[in-house]
Design a protein around this ligand. Structure first.
Ligand code: ADP
Length: 267
């Protein structure tokens, strides 16, 4: 089932805020550094790598010394504006250590609805990859606001990472979270929850097993990851949800090791 992973040529990696920020609100430099190392090495192996990174609000909170995530949309946008620049600065420092160039792309999810913007995004991404540059993508938080659901959805890059995977026709989306994969129930509240190694389709049962709330700094929660997985199924693609605590597991994932949950149709 996982043999195809060794042939993966183009990969999108999505990291959640919980992989970038310690629970106490400080920046997780070890994790960010390891991520830069791993992604650069994959590129050096000849693969094409795209990073979709959350964390702008988390890093902004750190920069501005805020203990609590602000609740209004303009406040969150302001914090994200500060945090996005700071986050890119940290990424650039780390990637530069490994002599890897990165480029920042800020997108809104609706790019796919406008053929011209869609094509421009594809052109930019393809050009960056051709130049050996790792694109680092985030949602353009100043523009993109899900008015009705901003408290839970703001800054959630799960859908965006699936959209980027579609736009670039990538072979695989690796979604790194604060949890080992998709379980039969939320393991934070249910100790009997079992980890799925493989989910071949999104069913009502699977949807019902995604518990409501996400982590303290994370925003999307599991149902948002399932929505992303649904997009991947629609393109007959593959997605792996795994723990981002140690980004080096990406090497093992691409060797085909049974890590995390694979979302892919049975062949
Ligand atoms: P991140 O910010 O790392 O992307 P989220 O906080 O958005 O992560 O989502 C991960 C969280 O989803 C987990 O910490 C867990 O509490 C919750 N969750 C709810 N239901 C499930 C489930 N069935 N399997 C795994 N995690 C679940």
């Amino acid at each position: 089932m996982r043999q195809f992973l060794q042939q993966v040529q183009r990969v999108v990696v999505k990291v959640g805020t919980s992989s970038l920020i310690h629970p106490n609100g400080m920046i997780n430099l070890a994790s960010i550094d390891e991520l830069a190392f791993v992604l650069t090495d994959l590129k050096n192996q000849g693969k094409e790598v795209i990073l979709v990174s959350s964390g702008a609000v988390g890093v902004g909170m750190h920069q501005l010394n805020l203990a609590k995530r602000p609740t209004t949309i303009p406040e969150q946008q302001a914090v994200a504006a500060v945090g996005q620049a700071a986050l890119m600065n940290i990424y650039n420092q780390r990637f530069t250590t490994y002599s890897q160039q990165t480029g920042q792309i800020l997108l809104t999810r609706d790019v796919i609805e406008f053929p011209e913007s869609r094509q421009n995004v594809i052109n930019t991404l393809e050009q960056l990859l051709k130049m050996g540059i790792i694109p680092i993508i985030n949602e353009n938080d100043t523009v993109a606001v899900d008015e009705l659901d901003h408290l839970t959805k703001f800054g959630d890059n799960d859908q965006l990472s699936a959209i980027v995977t579609q736009l670039t026709q990538a072979d695989l989306l690796i979604m790194l979270s604060d949890i080992d994969g998709f379980y039969s129930a939320n393991p934070m509240t249910n100790p009997d929850a079992k980890l799925y190694a493989h989910v071949p389709r999104i069913t009502e049962t699977i949807l019902a097993q995604a518990g409501g709330k996400g982590s303290q700094f994370g925003t999307g929660g599991m149902s948002s990851k399932l929505k992303a997985a649904q997009r991947i199924f629609e393109m007959q693609g593959a997605m792996i949800l795994a723990n981002g605590k140690q980004p080096k597991i990406i090497f093992d994932i691409l060797q085909g090791a049974e890590i995390g949950t694979l979302f892919k149709e049975e062949q």
